[in-house]
Design a protein around this ligand. Structure first.
Ligand code: CDP
Length: 234
C-alpha cells in the first residue's frame, strides 16, 4: 500500500545566487509562481536596512549604529508574485528601496557582519518550512546550505548592464550604459571580496549561464530541475 505523504512534506527549498542583474529575481519569482511557492527577495532586505539608515541620518559606514538599527526594524513581505512588496515597520517601501541612492550606500550594509546575522536569521525563519524560492548572494552557502535545489546564475557584465539599462528604460529612466556597467562591476567586486557572506558558487550548485538565454528558458530550466527533485522526494 502506498503511504500518503502530506503535501507539506514535498515542499522543497530552492536557493538561487548570482551577481547583480543576472536575472535572478525575475526568474526566481516566476519559478515560485509556477510551483505556488513563496518568493523571497533577500536583496530587498539589505536595501530596506540601507533605506532605514539613510532616513534616520545614520551613515551606512557606522557599523554599530546600523546593526543596532537593523535589530529594531520590522521587515515584512506582502504578495511577491508580480513585484517585491516589502514593508518597513508597516510602511510600503517597495519603490523607495529601488532608488539609485540605495545602491550607492549599500556596500557597507551588506559587509556588516551583525546586519548579516540579523537578516540571515529572518531569512531562515521565513523559509524554514520549505515551499520557498529565495535569491541573493549567500543563500546557497549560508542561509540554506541544506536547500534541495541550489542554482548559481551568471551572465557577462556587459549583458547584465544591457538588461539593467532596458529595465530602467521601461520605467522611463534614462541610463548611460558605461555608467551602469561600471556600477555593476564595482558591485561585483564588493560582493565577491567581502569577508562575511561573499558571493561564491556552492560546490553542489547547478551553474546556469544566462547570457544567451531568455527569461522563459531560464525559468523552464529551473522549474524542470525542481520538479525532478520534488517527484523523487514523493
Ligand atoms: O537586484 P540587484 O541584483 O541589483 O541587487 P539586489 O539583489 O537587490 O541586492 C542588493 C545588494 O544587497 C547587493 O549588491 C548585495 O551586495 C547585497 N545582498 C547581499 O549582500 N546578500 C544577499 N543575500 C542579497 C543581496
Amino acid at each position: 500500500m502506498p503511504i500518503d505523504i502530506p503535501m507539506a512534506a514535498k515542499k522543497i527549498k530552492i536557493a538561487i545566487d548570482g551577481p547583480a542583474a543576472s536575472g535572478k529575481s525575475t526568474t526566481a519569482r516566476a519559478v515560485a509562481r509556477r510551483l505556488d511557492y513563496l518568493y523571497i527577495d533577500s536583496g530587498a532586505m539589505y536595501r530596506a536596512v540601507t533605506l532605514a539608515a539613510l532616513e534616520a541620518g545614520v551613515p551606512t559606514t557606522d557599523e554599530t549604529r546600523v546593526a543596532e538599527l537593523a535589530g529594531t526594524l520590522e521587515i515584512t513581505f506582502g504578495r511577491n508574485n508580480e513585484a517585491t512588496e516589502i514593508y518597513l515597520d508597516g510602511t510600503d517601501v517597495s519603490a523607495a528601496i529601488r532608488a539609485p541612492r540605495i545602491v550607492a550606500h549599500i556596500n557597507p550594509v551588506a559587509a556588516n557582519s551583525r546586519v548579516r546575522q540579523i537578516l540571515v536569521a529572518k531569512q531562515q525563519s521565513l523559509g524554514k518550512s520549505g515551499g520557498v524560492v529565495m535569491d541573493g548572494r549567500d543563500i546557497t552557502t549560508v542561509v540554506f546550505p541544506d536547500a534541495e535545489l541550489k542554482v548559481y546564475m551568471q551572465a557577462s557584465a556587459e549583458e547584465r548592464a544591457r538588461r539593467r539599462v532596458a529595465e530602467l528604460s521601461v520605467k522611463d529612466i534614462a541610463a548611460d550604459f558605461d555608467e551602469v556597467l561600471a556600477s555593476i562591476e564595482q558591485r561585483d567586486r564588493a560582493d565577491l571580496t567581502r569577508i562575511h557572506g561573499p558571493l561564491k558558487q556552492a560546490p553542489d550548485a547547478i551553474v546556469i549561464d544566462t547570457t544567451a538565454l531568455t527569461i522563459a528558458e531560464q525559468v523552464e530550466k529551473i522549474y524542470r530541475l525542481a520538479r525532478d527533485i520534488i517527484e523523487r522526494k514523493d
